[in-house]
Design a protein around this ligand. Structure first.
Ligand SMILES: Cc1cc2nc3c(=O)[nH]c(=O)nc-3n(C[C@H](O)[C@H](O)[C@H](O)COP(=O)(O)OP(=O)(O)OC[C@H]3O[C@@H](n4cnc5c(N)ncnc54)[C@H](O)[C@@H]3O)c2cc1C
Ligand SMILES: NC(=O)c1ccc[n+]([C@@H]2O[C@H](COP(=O)([O-])OP(=O)(O)OC[C@H]3O[C@@H](n4cnc5c(N)ncnc54)[C@H](OP(=O)(O)O)[C@@H]3O)[C@@H](O)[C@H]2O)c1
Length: 340
């Protein structure tokens, strides 16, 4: 399927390039021992700690301060940002970390406070801003070989974390847990042998797949890679230009690269070149296989689902009716990650 994407990147703030360089990929630190890899407790509102003077947070994780280098706005509720990469930080493509923000330290709030003082608005200047470290799980978008670390975020108006993160500016500091988690990695599959890799995402769930698609191992290992990425509207399909350049940028680096097919899905408006039904419906009708020009087979398919938990559930059940199995202890077709 060919798409001529409109560029939906609205604005990027750029900071100086980071000096850190870390290029070694670690192993999947958690092994492949089950289907659902949600990181328990990450979204618990009580999961906050005092500001870190030390490098251990309230959950006992080693934490490092990182600097925001760039912020890119896609839509009013979707943005990406990059942070400096600590030299010792290692991860496998597809993994996630926990990110922390202390709202009171954001430049946005500091500047706002100063502005209100200058305007003589003492009441507004005194309005409380939380002085606590709030952590959430975030998938890494960037390649394990990049000098900086990239993330892709939703903004939830009343969400404790993203209602603050939306104010992020370059130069702000965030907290990064140094241990990556997650099983959406190539290492989780022992059987079936790798042949076809299907990556099915909704919304920001495309993040771990972008990382995997910027890792040469992925292109080397498979014959076919299919990325199906579903958003409500065309403007919410982020990274489309990047996705279209992946083949040229990464497949060219290996000898027998996978053939790559991108299947954008837009569900609440029509878009030229995009499918327009939910993933389970597209699977049941066979439209997804037809568009990919590949069959889903129990003997040759690795299929990863990421994003909206209801999509993950519905799609998983649909795939089971087609004969595919959950990957347990490294064996089986389906691996999943729920975002909430
Ligand atoms: C393993 C894992 C990886 C994750 N990776 C990412 C990521 O790369 N990017 C990202 O934006 N979020 C990601 N999340 C979700 C993230 O941890 C937070 O839930 C999100 O930042 C919202 O935090 P909040 O405090 O503002 O709202 P919360 O109180 O955490 O969530 C409130 C509600 O917002 C909705 N919601 C939460 N996250 C999302 C989302 N990503 N897209 C759409 N709706 C959502 C749900 O309805 C949820 O109940 C991930 C979650 C998990 C478990
Ligand atoms: N998108 C926004 O503008 C926006 C802004 C702020 C907050 N939020 C909130 O954030 C949450 C998620 O927003 P989002 O748009 O990022 O993610 P989303 O609702 O998960 O939608 C992303 C894509 O997933 C599809 N999808 C949803 N449920 C599915 C299922 N069971 N099976 C298959 N596909 C499914 C959607 O299709 P459908 O279109 O058919 O649902 C859409 O194509 C919602 O609670 C929303 O209220 C959204």
């Amino acid at each position: 399927m060919s798409v001529s994407p409109k560029s939906n990147q609205q604005s990027t703030q750029q900071a100086d390039a980071p000096s850190q360089a870390a290029s070694t990929q670690n192993q999947d630190s958690n092994g492949g021992n089950g289907g659902n890899t949600s990181y328990g407790g990450n979204n618990n509102p009580s999961d906050v700690g005092s500001s870190i003077g030390s490098s251990i947070n309230s959950s006992g994780d080693a934490v490092q301060r990182v600097k925001v280098l760039t912020v890119t706005t896609w839509t009013p509720t979707l943005f990406s940002f990059t942070v400096s990469r600590p030299a010792a930080f290692r991860f496998s493509a597809g993994q996630f970390v926990r990110l922390g923000v202390n709202p009171s330290r954001l430049a946005y709030h500091r500047n706002n406070r100063d502005h209100q003082v200058n305007q003589g608005n003492q009441d507004l200047a005194q309005q409380p801003v939380p002085d606590e470290d709030i952590f959430r799980a975030y998938s890494i978008v960037s390649s394990p070989y990049d000098d900086s670390i990239e993330f892709f975020s939703i903004v939830i108006a009343d969400g404790a974390f993203t209602s603050q993160l939306q104010h992020l500016q370059r130069g702000d500091e965030l907290l990064l847990t140094m241990t990556p988690f997650g099983f959406l990695t190539l290492a989780r599959y022992q059987a079936p042998m790798p042949k076809d890799l299907w990556l099915l995402a909704t919304g920001t769930g495309v993040a771990p797949f972008l990382s995997m698609l910027q890792d040469m191992q992925t292109w080397e290992r498979y014959e076919h890679i299919i990325l199906a990425y579903s958003a409500r509207s065309q403007s919410e399909l982020a990274y489309v230009d990047k996705i279209h350049s992946l083949s040229a940028d990464f497949a060219s680096l290996v000898q027998h690269p996978a053939k790559f097919t991108f299947l954008p899905i837009v569900t609440r408006e029509s878009m030229d070149g995009a499918l327009n039904k939910r993933l389970p419906a597209l699977l049941t009708s066979g439209e997804l296989e037809t568009a990919a020009n590949q069959r889903l087979t129990v003997d040759s398919t690795h299929i990863m689902l990421c994003g909206n938990p209801q999509m993950v559930d519905d799609t998983k059940e649909t795939l089971k009716t087609l004969g595919l199995t959950m990957n347990r202890s490294g064996v089986g077709n389906i691996a999943v990650e729920n975002y909430w």
